[in-house]
Design a protein around this ligand. Structure first.
Ligand SMILES: Nc1nc2c(c(=O)[nH]1)N[C@H]1C(S)=C(S)[C@@H](COP(=O)(O)O)O[C@H]1N2
Ligand SMILES: [Mo]
Length: 402
């Protein structure tokens, strides 16, 4: 597809990865068995451009959550149901012909690139989960201030664009570079507030899989998801996936800006179970994601009719390493049975799973847990941290069989 969305470019240079991904057309929408109602207490909106029905967390700047039932229907989250998160106001339209991406800082040559300039570089497409570091914050106990996301502050898409490292090579990264900082077109509400800027360590910025993307599931990025360009950092939380990207700056010292040094920090040991109210120990930026499996066809507290076996479906991802196994439990985690895995769209993608549990009449706690290809297994207990980041413990689902 064309970077400007106008169809002027063909797509001649699919990578092997993209060919695999595009060969896997979305399956026929699976039937949701159970009249999935997500969380009936949260307001639903249809008021946002290029978006269908979303859970409204906040209207300005928008925080829109994807209902869990959407993940039950296909490997890729449709653009019009993909979650939205902005910290600051942003332009309500962007002219792709006038948009420029500036590359400066510790480089040999400062550049200003149009979308057409970018389109001349080798094109790449990667299936990857975009997940807010605060996904699931609303499920923590005790409660944590901040957006009360359920598990819908995530989505999976086929991202298409060019490699960041190819763009950096055009500018020529100078020796001694330590980080690369990214900024977008959004601006703080008040002048004193720090611009939303995020940076990647130089080593990570130069890996093959970090993209500057204009395409999402074969379409231009929706405005709310960062039209016309966004950074895609597969395997890392979406706080780094800077939207409406217009500036890249190579740094020769660590980024001391607010959004790196003060925000999006987690305990230095991300698995530590912090004591609410206790002084914060050493903290480090959130970076790579942890494995998760989320049940998508049975809502928490669902009442279901009895049947021989109750089907259990969901989506899993391995964080930064792909999914090795998903297991299901019908007894609160004492015993586990393997689920069947759906198609493998690459190590950063959702991987759907399907299994069945024998559930006699009565109350049950069912669970799904993922183990990544790196051997990391979801812990049964959810550790607590003061900002509610990095939620990846097993999420129990209570069900009553009538
Ligand atoms: N320019 C810009 N990019 C941004 C943000 C932002 O506020 N401004 N928020 C980040 C955060 S915290 C998240 S969770 C993701 C959300 O991506 P989405 O809105 O496409 O789902 O965008 C990231 N990129
Ligand atoms: Mo986020």
């Amino acid at each position: 597809m064309a970077p400007d969305g106008g169809g002027r470019y063909t797509f001649p240079m699919l990578t092997r990865r993209a060919l695999i991904a595009s060969a896997l057309a979305a399956p026929a929408a699976a039937q949701v068995d159970l009249g999935f109602a997500d969380n009936g207490l949260r307001p639903i909106t249809r008021a946002f451009p290029q978006k269908g029905e979303m859970i409204l967390q906040r209207s300005t700047p928008p925080l829109l959550e994807t209902p869990l039932s959407v993940f039950d229907e296909a490997d890729f989250t449709p653009n019009d149901r993909f979650f939205v998160r902005w910290h600051y106001p942003f332009p309500t339209s962007v002219d792709p012909a006038k948009h420029r991406l500036r590359i400066g800082g510790h480089v040999g040559k400062v550049l200003s690139l149009s979308l057409a300039d970018l389109a001349r570089l080798p094109r790449v497409a990667i299936a990857a989960v975009n997940q807010c570091a605060g996904n699931g914050r609303g499920l923590f106990n005790p409660r944590i201030a901040g957006a009360q996301w359920g598990n819908g502050a995530m989505g999976n898409a086929l991202w298409e664009g060019v490699r960041l490292k190819d763009v950096l090579a055009l500018a020529g990264v100078k020796g001694g570079a330590v980080a690369v900082r990214f900024g977008g077109l959004d601006t703080p509400l008040v002048e004193a507030a720090p611009d939303f800027e995020k940076s990647l360590p130089i080593d990570h910025a130069l890996t093959d899989d970090v993209l500057i993307a204009w395409g999402m599931n074969g379409q231009p990025l929706p405005l709310l998801n960062g039209f016309p360009l966004r950074l895609v950092v597969p395997g890392w939380y979406s706080t780094y996936w800077v939207k409406m990207l217009d500036s890249i700056e190579v740094l020769d010292k660590a980024d001391a800006g607010y959004w790196m040094a003060k925000a999006y920090l987690q305990p230095a040991n991300p698995l530590a179970d912090a004591v609410p109210g206790a002084p914060a120990g050493p903290r480090v930026p959130v970076t790579n994601m942890r494995p998760r499996a989320v049940i998508t066809n049975i809502a928490d507290n669902a009442k279901l009719p009895q049947r021989g076996f109750t089907p259990v479906r969901g989506v899993a991802f391995g964080g930064d390493y792909g999914v090795a196994t998903v297991e299901l439990s019908a007894d609160g985690g004492a015993n586990w049975v393997p689920a069947q895995l759906g198609r493998d769209l690459g190590r950063y993608s959702f991987r759907r799973f399907l299994g069945a549990l024998m559930l006699p009449p009565g109350r049950h706690v069912i669970m799904a847990r993922a183990t990544s290809a790196a051997g990391v297994m979801q812990p049964l207990n959810q550790n607590w941290n003061p900002s509610g980041y990095n939620r990846a413990g097993v999420d129990p689902v209570r069900v009553e069989i009538a």
